[in-house]
Design a protein around this ligand. Structure first.
Ligand code: NIG
Ligand code: FE
Length: 387
């Protein structure tokens, strides 16, 4: 079988300027790509056909920020937070210890389980970061595990300074920008750094991102999650594809983002799970900033893999309209990964699609927590059909 007609689409949300939103639509999947979009009466011949019986179809979600390579969980830390303890970057160290102790097979199996969970909930593109190894060998094998599962692998050796370098952080920066980068770069497309209180400062961030760029990696920054700081403006200055978190922003940060090609990737699962104030998406959107939504799936600050949950939070807590949140969770994520083949339903784009048991995607926020994803196609293949 090479081509499939999807007919009976009640509402097709494309995020493509040519087609916009179509009522009573059909489309053709040819191998891994979308070959045709239009009205049911005009649908060309295909090898196979699936009638979606009025369901709404949207682009597969693009989760542009995850930390899927790790072992263990931190449920006790979450419980303590819910009892009033603050979130700090220091919790990362316990996941580092568990990750170093896990085998490659264990790390791969666990990340693959999370990825399957994501596919079943409509996520068809997932960026995956290293960052819980923090030694050359453990970062390299984290990158290898991630590269088995994603085309968008990010080197995050500069997540925090590991305990063995606690009293000589400059030596750790030298390791990250030298032998560790050499070992990881061949498996990665991106480099990221945590620029925040308790993590890396402006000079260290500049050195790390400059070294990554010299190795041909694209730039991303964990910026302004815990406090205001230099992260966002450094991301813009260095031409990063994305500044992620953007929770504590100054007016100058917002202006810098607005005048740049750097996407602001908002991660409301982190504010939910750390009981922190949410970023002001409305302010960013009104200033003209391109906004993406992602899960930040990790065992410490945001152990959700569910993009629909993030959409619901963004609408309820961050001032986004349902349509803006849906765009940010698909087309916005694609912008943050500088990809034009995903996050959109367009002729020639990847056939990454989601059918919802709902008349419109507004229901993703209107019916929070309800599993509305009935079927997902990735690269034209049906992944989790409940039709
Ligand atoms: O994006 N902020 C830094 N890194 C992760 C948290 C990692 C952890 O707590 O394990 C984040 O929230
Ligand atoms: Fe993160």
């Amino acid at each position: 079988m090479t081509s499939t007609a999807l007919t009976g689409i009640g509402l097709l949300v494309t995020h493509d300027p040519e087609f916009g939103e179509l009522r009573d639509a059909a489309l053709i999947i040819d191998e891994d790509r979308i070959a045709w979009i239009g009205q049911p009466a005009d649908v060309p011949a295909a090898d196979d056909a699936t009638d979606l019986d009025g369901r709404c179809v949207i682009p597969g979600f693009v989760d542009s920020h995850t930390h899927l390579v790790f072992a263990g969980d931190r449920a006790p830390e979450f419980e303590a937070r819910m009892a009033g303890q603050p979130y700090t970057a220091g919790g990362i160290q316990s996941t580092v210890a568990a990750t170093r102790a896990a085998s490659d097979d264990e790390l791969t199996a666990h990340a693959a389980t999370l990825l399957a969970e994501m596919l079943a909930s409509g996520t068809t593109t997932t960026e995956i970061k290293t960052g819980y190894g923090l030694s050359t060998v453990d970062e390299q094998r984290s990158a290898q595990v991630a590269a088995r599962l994603s085309d968008d692998v990010t080197f995050l050796g500069a997540h925090v300074v590991p305990p063995e370098y606690a009293d000589r952080p400059e030596d750790y920066v030298a390791l990250v920008t030298g032998p560790m980068l050499d070992a990881c770069a061949p498996h990665c497309r991106w480099i990221d750094v945590f620029c925040d209180r308790g993590a890396f400062d402006a000079d260290q961030v500049r050195a790390i991102l400059t070294a990554g760029a010299a190795r041909g990696l694209g730039l991303r920054v964990h910026a302004n999650q815990l406090a205001q700081g230099p992260g966002v403006q450094l991301a813009v200055e260095l031409g990063a594809a994305s500044a992620d978190h953007c929770t504590h922003l100054s007016d100058a940060d917002v202006q810098a983002l607005a005048g740049s090609a750097t996407v602001a990737t908002l991660l409301p699962g982190a504010e939910f799970s750390t009981r922190s104030p949410y970023p002001d998406a409305r302010l960013l959107l009104d200033a003209g900033v391109t906004v993406a939504l992602a899960t930040d799936c990790n065992p410490g600050s945001s152990y959700t893999s569910n993009m629909a949950f993030c959409i619901a939070l963004a609408v309820r807590e961050m001032g986004m309209t349902p349509a803006e949140a849906l765009w940010a969770a698909s087309a916005g994520g694609a912008r943050a990964l500088r990809r034009d083949d995903v996050g959109v339903i367009a002729v020639g784009a990847r056939a990454d699609l989601v059918a919802l048991r709902a008349p419109s995607p507004v229901h993703l926020a209107y019916r929070p927590g309800v599993p509305l994803v009935e079927a997902t196609w990735k690269d034209g293949q049906p992944i989790s059909a409940r039709l």
